[in-house]
Design a protein. Structure first.
Lengths: 285, 240, 257
């Protein structure tokens, strides 16, 4: 009876969580080799050759990595600084409530807000104009759809900072860091040493798996670069979907090459993450 | 004969936890089983209560084979080392729990539960939540919850293991008193030598999945494997 | 640091966090806010009133989103609760947890593109059921991931205890397991609800533009440069999760990725 239910739920898990991923990956591979889809022409390596020989895909992945690294570094830096300095005073008062609010902002709204804030006709540009810092709308710099991805990075950073602050605050309390901090002081460490030798190692060690997952999350993001990105280079998701939606049918198998590569990268990164350590679960932080 | 176990065996992944084990227990008696952790005593209790199934052998309760009777129909209550009170219910509702399951009339539930609470000397704790109780109070509430349905057999898995020594002693007295009043038949598992002797009408020694039963305390004391003679020697030497 | 500067910094922090909300709310109440004016030229409830009259069926989108997200949240929470119990007992538990990370770390839009073919085959594109199924492919493993870690021996001991006390399996769920897991069930529900509520990429692909949830409306309005309605629908998107957060900040938050 117990074994029956167990196999039922296990099968359901595989049917809903594993089978679609595998089936999707197989389909993407078949399509990319010309063995499936509207562009079915029999086995060919030409889609892979076309994609891998052009700088587009490499640049797209590099650009995505760059965005993820920069956004997460900034967000993590700010959040760590904040929690290490103010973590102790943060479990009461209005700020402890308000800090949760940004979690109610979806990516697409964050992107929209950044447009309204940073575009040439955006709020900051208007303030500059009224302060006579610029004399017309076009002298405001490109901060949205720009080459450096400033808009994308800013949107991701805005979403990531509160997320990491809340996450680290949870750790700060669950790992009893306030007491460890005082202990370290009584042992003769100064503030800098305490941060470097006690607080940072504990926090980073615990937050590391989440950083990797958040990294993949930013790397894969779609709505934000869709609205705030430029024509070239594009982040991976946007790049692949654009290729899927082109009129030229020959572009579709190439989109599936990108998807195959992307899925492989995610599987490999998760695998590395899990081989190194088991993820921990604490539910009450 | 209340309980009879014949040739019980259980293996987890090729490791024999219980090895062809047989014994019996008369009504209103307590069998205490002494054993180190990992000797299979918990597995034995879980098999008797029906939480897990035996690989081999038969269990008889008052002469009826109960191997295939589901756990909730056996009327055998298994008590864990931790009191495991339901965290979302207060003392009263924890004790009344199984009566509520049977959809007994509310007035009757109240009278019976209040009576039990008084017996347990928990009247002041009646509406407290489990986290507000001391270790001994929790354990008493857990007893009450079990006793209120008049179980045929009570299985106690190191029930006082988490208590400090003075609470432990008062709980041992309390349990002996209650067991007498309610005419309980029970199996009492412990790793404490003294407790095994105090609690049991007869004593079992469990080692590596094998159970040896001593019908008389003297036999138990004189057997070399129980460690009792060693203990006595120790105190004697100290005295000299 | 003096008390006043401390207070100033704190107020500044609160203002910075609340600014996007105030800004979007302000934008949703205006119809004329052009460069270079810093504040809207007029404040009018017209956009909001239009929500309940015509307004391109924005209210319908709101209801549609609620229906989809509540269904997705409820289904994945309760199936995950039961599945997590049995899966936590298997010897391949660690492997299951690893596998459960995959679907929701993948980019939803690319995941949807890779399984689009099968959705067409099962006639699940362009309809609500298809979008719900598609989103559950992401939220169910997420829920399993949380619940597999949640079920532990002490909860299972409580279940066995109910059985030895004479309760049935159903009674053990209704009287003990569900009540003591209320907090966890709420956390998982809020989280899966929010994943679904925020979902854009998968919904565009599986819904092929026919299932117009709020996130899709926001994108359309931005594309049409109709910023006032984009702000209005953004507000509609933010209000339900903000509402939940306000009442249950502890419950809602748990790795929203």
């Amino acid at each position: 009876m117990k074994n029956k239910s167990q196999s039922f739920w296990l099968s359901l898990f595989f049917a809903v969580s594993v089978l679609p991923v595998v089936a999707g990956f197989v389909y993407a591979l078949l399509y990319s080799f010309g063995l499936a889809g509207v562009y079915e022409i029999g086995f060919t390596l030409k889609n892979w050759a076309a994609i891998l020989s052009s700088p587009e895909i490499i640049n797209s992945f590099l650009f995505s990595f760059y965005i993820a690294v920069v956004s997460i570094s900034i967000a993590l830096f700010v959040a760590l600084w904040f929690v290490i300095n103010y973590g102790a005073h943060f479990d009461k008062g209005i700020l402890s409530y308000v800090i949760y609010f940004p979690l109610s902002i979806p990516a697409i709204v964050a992107a929209f807000f950044i447009i309204q804030l940073l575009s040439k006709s955006g709020l900051i540009s208007r303030i500059f104009f009224n302060l006579n810092l610029i004399d017309n709308i076009n002298s405001f710099p490109d901060l949205v759809n720009d080459n450096l991805g400033i808009g994308i990075i800013l949107a991701h950073t805005l979403l990531a900072i509160p997320f990491f602050i809340i996450f680290l605050l949870g750790l700060y309390h669950s790992q009893n860091l306030e007491n460890l901090k005082q202990l370290s002081f009584t042992l003769g460490a100064d503030k800098k040493q305490t941060t470097k030798r006690v607080l940072l190692p504990i926090l980073l060690n615990k937050v590391y798996p989440t950083i990797i997952l958040y990294f993949i999350f930013v790397l894969s993001s779609y709505e934000i670069p869709l609205l705030l990105g430029q024509q070239y280079p594009q982040m991976v998701s946007v790049f692949a979907v654009r290729k899927l939606q082109r009129f030229d049918l020959a572009d579709i198998p190439q989109a599936y090459v990108i998807i195959s590569v992307y899925v492989l990268i995610v599987i490999v990164s998760l695998f590395i993450l899990f081989r190194k350590r088991k993820l921990e679960y604490d539910f009450d932080n | 004969m209340l309980l009879e176990c014949k040739n019980i065996s259980k293996a987890f992944k090729s490791e024999n936890v219980l090895n062809n084990l047989s014994f019996y227990l008369e009504e209103h008696k307590t069998l205490s089983i002494l054993g180190k952790s990992g000797c299979g005593k918990t597995t034995l209790l879980k098999i008797i209560s029906g939480i897990i199934q035996t690989d081999n052998g038969d269990i008889y309760l008052r002469g009826n084979r109960i191997n295939d009777i589901p756990v909730n129909k056996r009327n055998i209550v298994y008590l864990y080392q931790e009191p495991l009170l339901f965290p979302h219910l207060n003392v009263f509702e924890n004790i009344a729990f199984s009566l509520r399951l049977k959809k007994i009339d509310d007035q009757l539930v109240r009278t019976k539960t209040d009576e039990m609470i008084e017996h347990l000397e928990l009247t002041e704790q009646k509406v407290k939540m489990p986290h507000q109780l001391s270790g001994g109070q929790k354990q008493r509430a857990a007893f009450g919850r079990a006793l209120i349905i008049n179980p045929v057999l009570l299985l106690l898995d190191e029930p006082f293991g988490n208590l400090d020594s003075s609470t432990r002693e008062s709980m041992q007295n309390f349990y002996s008193k209650i067991a007498n009043e309610y005419k309980i038949t029970s199996i009492f598992v412990t790793h404490d030598l003294k407790e095994a002797i105090i609690m049991g009408d007869k004593i079992g020694l469990m080692e590596k999945g094998k159970l040896t039963i001593f019908n008389y305390v003297d036999d138990f004391i004189n057997h070399p494997d129980t460690g009792v003679s060693k203990e006595i020697d120790f105190w004697k030497k100290l005295r000299n | 640091m003096t008390l006043i500067t401390k207070k100033l910094i704190k107020s500044l922090g609160i203002f910075l966090i609340l600014f996007p909300f105030l800004f979007l709310l302000g934008l949703s109440f205006s119809t004329n806010w052009r460069f270079p004016s810093i504040l809207p030229l007029e404040i009018t409830p017209d956009n909001w009133l239009g929500l309940f009259s015509f307004s391109g069926n924005l209210f319908e989108s709101f209801i549609l989103s609620i229906v989809i997200s509540v269904s997705v949240g409820l289904l994945s929470t309760f199936t995950g609760f039961l599945a997590g119990k049995y899966i936590s007992e298997t010897i391949i538990r660690e492997k299951i947890i690893f596998l459960s990370y995959l679907p929701y770390t993948l980019s939803p839009v690319l995941y949807a593109a890779s399984i689009y073919y099968y959705f067409v085959y099962f006639n699940l594109t362009g309809n609500i059921i298809g979008v719900i199924v598609g989103q559950i492919l992401i939220t169910f493993p997420f829920s399993i991931n949380l619940f597999t870690g949640y079920w532990n021996s002490s909860i299972k001991n409580l279940e066995n205890l109910v059985l030895t006390l004479g309760g049935t399996k159903l009674q053990s769920y209704l009287k003990v397991l569900i009540p003591i897991s209320k907090r966890m069930l709420l956390i998982v529900f809020f989280q899966t609800f929010i994943i679904s509520w925020f979902e854009y990429g998968l919904t565009t692909i599986i819904g092929v533009g026919k299932i117009q949830t709020l996130t899709i409306r926001v994108y359309q309005f931005i594309n049409e440069a109709n910023y006032y309605y984009a702000a209005l629908s953004s507000c509609l998107l933010i209000i339900p999760p903000a509402f939940l957060l306000w009442f249950n900040k502890k419950y809602v938050f748990r790795k929203i990725i």
